[in-house]
Design a protein around this ligand. Sequence first.
Ligand SMILES: [Zn+2]
Length: 205
Amino acid sequence: MNVIIFGPPGSGKGTQSCMLSRKYGLNIIAAGDLLRAAVIANNIDIKVKNAIESGILVEDKFICDIIYKQIKLSANNFILDGFPRNLNQAKFLNKVLEEMNQVINYIVELQISDNLIIERIVNRFICLNCGNIYNFMYINECKKCGSKEIRQRYDDRNLSTVRKRIKEYKIQMEDLRKYYQDKILGINAEMSIAQVSEVMYAFFS
Ligand SMILES: [Zn+2]
């Protein structure tokens, strides 16, 4: 079973992907994580590196190559998160899957108002020591490791960055909605985590 999950930052996409992955034994292919890993491994050119770090959408070819490799490794069992982001990428995905005799079985979009996104994101903190993430609350000491080195998540620090990401997301989804048409199931992501996953499980069964 192959799934695409769409959703703006703060929609709970990462959490829902993890739960789906566990329930159905799917590989998570998260474009953002793969790009960050490529930056850490330092095997990318400086232009792409700068683009990732400043939050600019990375050139299609680079990300398509990465995704292609992951799809091949995933044996017809994956969740795509953060890909495709535009029509080029969607068409690329379609072509690759055709070649492999695979299809996307389900597409979901987590939907949430701008105000709630911002509220969720500015209240997201990370422990610099162990990496634990805290949502929706301010903390001054990590409950997991006791470290006092807490800060707001780096790329979420700046409100104008968040607004920019929301705007980019809306623009990219306009095209993708037209491309996938009625295949996309919109889910109200303002509900609780458990309620959202219930709706998804019902859709998948
Ligand atoms: Zn910690």
